[in-house]
Design a protein around this ligand. Structure first.
Ligand code: NAD
Length: 321
């Protein structure tokens, strides 16, 4: 059987784990998944979720996106070093006022989220070019196209990813390669929990009172509610990604959350860039009660429908409207 080789990074938890399992459990067995993680001793959750696919359509391998040697060793260990579909998923977040963050913390985010992708492509892209075949899928974020309050460095890392891929996509076409950016809004994973816990621990002594208050009493206060209301599951993102990797002509950008689309549309509606900034400002500081009421309303609708947002369901909705 002519299975496509899929290499995924950051599979010990969250979206990476769901992606690896969903693709390995493909009903038609179209894929051989190499699910990689920094530390293979953290593979218990993946082993359990993978079930019978382990050793058949799924194998676990070590890969740290911040270490070129580990990337090379992993790719060298694959039959003929062949990767048909590379899914760059590993990433980390950082929230808080920039005056309370160190340059080293910021560099770690850039090193993981941006240079991690660059390192992967330095290893995989030349072979894909030679074969004139391959699909590079990057788990970006809506924050790759729109900045969000107190996510300055994380958004910068995802903007870097998007600019990098947009530039590369033109060259890739010349070699018959596809690049796709998957842009989720909030997703309920370890990421959300870790980022929130780190946010609660931020030493705000270097921030002025207004900034500290904005971070604690506006941002952190609303954080969980935004995830509860708009958040997708990692399984939803896996479903969207499976759809993208099985398309003949996959799109360059794909947003996974229709509830979030009106926000990102603002970005494209005003070339001056003021519209999204003014709207976010008003939402946070002037119409916060309306904003909270809208979130509560959406939460109630989601609770009543008890549905998650998947590509097929969204399509059905589109057809119905
Ligand atoms: P997660 O924390 O569960 O997963 C991130 C994974 O990356 C972890 O398994 C972690 O161990 C791994 N990782 C971190 N540094 C690594 C390194 N140097 N080498 C290899 N692996 C490393 O969070 P998640 O939500 O599943 O995040 C996956 C991707 O989705 C990230 O790129 C993130 O930016 C993106 N994303 C997440 C959300 C969200 O709200 N959770 C929204 C949009 C985009």
């Amino acid at each position: 059987m002519n299975q496509k080789v899929v290499l995924i990074t950051g599979c010990s938890s969250g979206i990476g784990l769901s992606l690896a399992v969903r693709i390995a459990k493909d009903e038609k067995k179209r894929f051989m998944v190499y699910a990689t993680m920094r530390n293979v001793s953290r593979g218990a959750a993946l082993v359990e979720a993978a079930g019978k696919t382990l050793g058949r359509t799924l194998e676990i391998k070590q890969l740290d996106v911040c270490d070129e040697k580990s990337i090379k060793a992993c790719v060298d260990s694959l039959p003929e070093r062949k990767v048909d579909i590379l899914i760059s998923n590993a990433g980390m977040g950082l929230i808080g006022p920039i005056e309370c963050q160190t340059i080293d913390e910021m560099k770690t985010v850039m090193d993981t989220n941006f240079f991690g992708l660059v390192r992967l492509l330095q290893e995989v892209l030349p072979d894909m070019k030679k074969r004139k075949k391959g699909h590079i899928v990057v788990i970006s974020s809506v924050m790759g196209i729109q900045g969000i309050l107190f996510n300055d460095v994380y958004a910068a890392s995802k903007f870097a990813v998007e600019g990098f891929c947009e530039s590369l996509a033109v060259q890739a076409l010349r070699f018959n390669l596809n690049i796709s950016l998957i842009e989720p809004g909030p997703v309920i994973t370890e990421f959300e929990r870790k980022v929130f816990e780190e946010g609660m621990k931020v030493d705000l002594s270097k921030a002025d009172k207004v900034t500290a208050d904005m971070f604690t009493n506006i941002y952190l206060k609303n954080y969980s509610q935004i995830f509860e209301t708009l958040g997708q599951t990692p399984e939803d993102i896996a479903e969207h990604t499976l759809k993208i990797i099985t398309m003949d002509n996959p799109p360059f950008r794909h947003q996974t959350n229709t509830l979030y689309t009106p926000m990102t549309t603002l970005k494209y509606a005003d070339p001056n860039g003021d519209l999204p900034i003014d709207t976010f400002y008003k939402m946070v500081f002037e119409h916060d009660k309306v904003f909270n009421a809208s979130l509560n309303f959406l939460k109630m609708l989601r609770w009543r429908s008890r549905k998650s947002f998947t590509i097929d369901k969204d399509k059905d909705k589109d057809k119905a409207s």
